[in-house]
Design a protein around this ligand. Structure first.
Ligand SMILES: *Cc1c(COP(=O)(O)O)cnc(C)c1O
Length: 477
């Protein structure tokens, strides 16, 4: 494809995306295809000769679009939102256009130094502790950030022995039942193993990790010869946005000499708003690593996670191997960061470009406005649910997520759960909105996660009225 051809087709693609943004609301939110439908719409074999770009967008419309679940739809309330803003998409396009592979400082100094700068911008925007400054890195996902944290923690706990000769089944990791499954996955991948992941009690009401129980488990395990590696605390759990007491957990970790990783994948970015900075409580004291996703709620398309460490030495110690073919003067000088040593894979995309584009376009105030809109709409939805006697509300909703369920007057719990799930399936099948569920105390709750850039008050109101109508008449008696 010549630059001239690229110019022609590139404009068509940009137009296609802009058209999509304009009409996204006209699609059913959740894709209505059945398994195999998209596969059947695509040619079984690749073309022998290049088929050109003409017709590609038609094929996209015909074969792919029916199989798309519209994450940018204003009535997408499932999981956590995906925020594909214009400046993020354009920043990503520039990254693709440059085609840089930024494994080493030397393979594109700008890729490394812009990442350092943008991670520092983010640390400043979120008012993170000073010791994280200069120690930030962009990962693809919070899962990768958690794995990297486990490996760094293992390196520190084993005095480097884990990297040299492996581990022997005595290392342990601490989570609560509310912690994202990514941490257990990281324990598996690192060789620690699922059986060595200890589950700390959580408060039955707040769902927050109990620091006293953590303390007891650490004491008990250490006495039995275990080697505790890492505690993962969560600010804003995936299920209900519960918040672990980071300060108290950090105090326990300090006493036991255990690495504390804080997973704030969804909620951490809310600290762009000064009134939300309380979620950073305890980060300045005993936290060794902290991670949040720009790609859930901060107007940046997947993938873009930020990870900060208080001390980069164990991270680099765990992950750096320097073969001859990667040696270069800049690396040898010790004056540069080679981010390949801060992540699992060698190669890396120039992800900082999209975050740079987002921050420059919106500015701190624009980012704050987006977060405040989400929090405000969630508060309104919660008030409507609270005022409707047919529903019960989980009162904890500090961010954009609201959890609730119909009371199903008179039904035993198991049938009420089935009725709630059936209600959700009917709503999702309708294409009018898309929501997901969770379980709290063994009971099913609906989750409405607000935060797509296109979502406004009318969309939330319409969704609520749709749910309330679907849940049945006002007076079941
Ligand atoms: C979404 C989420 C994750 C996983 O995020 P990825 O970036 O998709 O890996 C981890 N932890 C929490 C608390 C989350 O909400």
């Amino acid at each position: 494809m010549t630059p001239e051809e690229f110019r022609t087709y590139g404009k068509q693609v940009i137009d296609w995306i802009a058209d999509y943004q304009e009409k996204v609301e006209s699609y059913p939110v959740r894709s209505q295809v059945k398994p195999g439908d998209v596969l059947a719409a695509l040619p079984e074999s690749p073309p022998e000769d290049g088929a050109g770009f003409d017709g590609l967008l038609d094929e996209l419309d015909r074969a792919v679009m029916p199989g798309i679940t519209h994450w940018q739809h204003p009535r997408f309330f499932a999981y956590f939102p995906g925020n594909a803003s214009g400046p993020a998409i354009l920043g990503d396009l520039l990254s693709s256009g440059l085609g840089v592979q930024g494994m080493l400082w030397a393979t594109s100094p700008a890729c490394t130094e812009m990442e350092t700068r943008v991670a520092d911008w983010m640390a400043e925007l979120l008012d993170l502790p000073a010791r994280f400054r200069g120690n930030g890195v962009i990962q693809d996902s919070a899962s990768s950030a958690g794995l990297v944290a486990v490996l760094a923690a293992l390196h520190r706990a084993s005095g480097g022995a884990a990297a040299r000769s492996g581990i022997d089944g005595r290392h342990t990791v601490y989570i609560s039942a509310q912690t994202h499954s990514a941490t257990e996955k990281a324990a598996r991948i690192s060789g620690i193993g699922s059986e060595n992941v200890r589950v700390v009690d959580a408060d039955p009401v707040t769902l927050a990790m109990d620091p006293a129980h953590l303390d007891a488990l650490l004491t008990e395990d250490t006495a039995a010869g275990a080697l505790p590696v890492m505690v993962c605390a969560t600010v804003g759990t995936t299920s209900t946005t519960a918040i672990d007491p980071v300060r108290a957990i950090g105090e326990v970790c300090r006493r036991h000499g255990v690495w504390l990783h804080v997973d704030a994948a969804y909620a951490g970015v809310a600290a762009v708003c000064p009134e939300m900075r309380w979620i950073n409580d305890g980060l300045a004291e005993n936290v060794d690593s902290y991670s949040t996703n720009a790609h859930k709620w901060l107007l940046t398309n997947f993938d873009c996670n930020l990870l900060w460490v208080a001390d980069r030495e164990p991270l680099i110690g765990a992950l750096s191997i320097l073969p001859e073919y990667l040696r270069n003067t800049a690396t040898s000088s010790g004056e540069v960061i080679d981010y390949r040593d801060w992540q699992i894979s060698l190669g890396r995309r120039f992800r900082a470009l999209k975050l740079w584009s987002v921050i420059r376009w919106y500015g701190a105030e624009g980012l704050r406005e987006h977060i405040r809109t989400g929090i405000g709409l969630a508060g309104e939805l919660a008030s409507w649910v609270r005022d409707d006697p047919r529903f019960e509300l989980l009162e904890h909703h500090p961010f954009g997520l609201v959890c609730f369920r119909p009371r199903w007057a008179g039904l035993p719990d198991e049938e009420a759960d089935a009725a709630t799930m059936a209600l959700m399936e009917r709503l999702n099948d309708s294409g009018d909105l898309y929501l997901t569920h969770t379980k709290v105390g063994g009971r099913v709750l609906l989750r409405i996660a607000i935060g797509a850039p296109s979502t406004g008050r009318d969309h939330v109101r319409a969704a609520w009225e749709r749910i309330a109508a679907e849940a049945g008449p006002r007076d079941p008696e």
